[in-house]
Design a protein around this ligand. Sequence first.
Ligand code: T46
Length: 134
Amino acid sequence: MKYFKKMKFKKIGSKKRGFITALEQKKNIPFEIKRVYYIYNVPSDVTRGHHAHKKLEQILICTSGSVKIKIKDGCNQEIIELNEPSKGLYIGPSIWREIYDYSENCTLMVLASEYYDEEDYIRNYNNYLRYLGG
Ligand code: T46
């Protein structure tokens, strides 16, 4: 799978008892999960991200609160809001992301297809455009 895609996961339960959402690699998660990390306590005026990855695939899930993600592919851009633990955003390789408007109670959980590797990051937008250009 490439590029980016909004995902909706099954909510099991009821308003009365609460809900469970299960994530299973190679089932509703389209890759083997090698790493999970989460981002939290981000001040509302901070924008994180500002990078693309060469190989990494990730799924972002806002397990509490809300956050916005600006996605760019070199030509177009789209803004996606995550505000439900049963919703996710798949981001494949070569996609630029900027993450902002973290609500006070936001916890952004990320499932990643690879271990952390700084060599996989493109952290400069001009270098990103050059990378896309081949
Ligand atoms: C992404 C967005 C959604 C580690 O040591 N291990 C890790 O697994 C990660 C993710 C980060 N780090 C270190 C690297 C930096 O020294 O934590 C520091 C902050 O990382 P960064 O500035 O890349 O954080 P964000 O929030 O800008 O980006 C992160 C991920 O790095 C990135 O892959 O897509 O969250």
